[in-house]
Design a binder for this molecule. Sequence first.
Ligand code: SF4
Length: 372
Amino acid sequence: MFQFRQKELARSIVDSIQLRNSSYRFMHVCGTHQDTLVRHGLDQMLIDAGIDVREGPGCPVCVSTTREIETARQFARSGKTVAVYGDMLRAPGFRGSLETEKAKGNSVVVVYSIENAVEFARAHPDREVVFMAVGFETTIPSTAVVAENGPPENFSIYSMHKLTPPAVEGIAKLGHVALNGMILPGHVSAIIGTEPWENIRATVGMPQVVAGFEPLDLLIGIHMLIRQIEDKTPRVEIEYGRVVKHGGNERAKRVMNDVFIPVDSEWRGFPLLPGSGMKLRDIFSSIDAEKKYEDLLEDLKGRKFSDPPGCKCAEVIRGEMYPWNCPLFGKVCNPDRPIGPCMVSSEGACAIEFKYGKLRNVRAGAASTTAA
Ligand code: SF4
């Protein structure tokens, strides 16, 4: 087992990459990977070594659509108590956010987990509590367990859950950004295993490596991707073997599939992605907020919602643009006054760039706004 912060090993991996004198572009779909890359300055080191790594659709708050945020606001405006993670509170909808609703006196409470939201509902039987269920495969099982265990009658779930593999496949097929390989999220893969990634390899034939979250995990993962390219044998490899197994977590997969059904879903910056959303199965209709309060959502049907004016989150999420290429970055958009969701969430590329790479100059080799 390597030491996760071994500086000499990190340097030797980067040197080995640099010696190849090659130029590759990789994408990951994980806010924690982006945090590691920017916080430790790996992105700069890698760019100097010819490797451009971009964050794709890996931040749950960022990929949530304006329509989804407007749906949650509608629940709040209609007298429901919306239970929400802190990150989601400020995510901009159409001219406002859930924070705006709270400021108007509507009921919005911040929770730290779905269990926390259930506790709140039990403690306030006079209120109808709607939990905004956001996140990928890492949070879907905990939502599913609560649904299976029978929450109180005044509790319901608005599922905004999304699946990662359809987004990875979607971005590879979209082809707006030329990619040489994908760095896959370790925590998601601990749940789903490698089979969904193998299916993507079969359709798009792209090198993929499941990586952990330490700086050395990422550097080793990138080195493995380069080896695949050199071998001309795209495959799915696991760098994060101390946590991820090929079969994933059978129990988590079972509960997820018992409670949820995949549906086509919109993501910010993407057209409808087939099978990428997770909605509650019919037997859970009584706790499905979209069904329970269907009449409240009539107004939203057919309405089109534009993204915040000037915000380039869609391009950032697709990896077509770096945060610092957005004309609003650090000027009118910052964590205190975020314009788009990528500046709201701690997993968003703009927030991470602002925090750790703060207003640094455009870096050599990464100056172009749009990838080839
Ligand atoms: S800097 Fe702000 S406005 Fe620009 S893309 Fe990021 S979140 Fe949107």
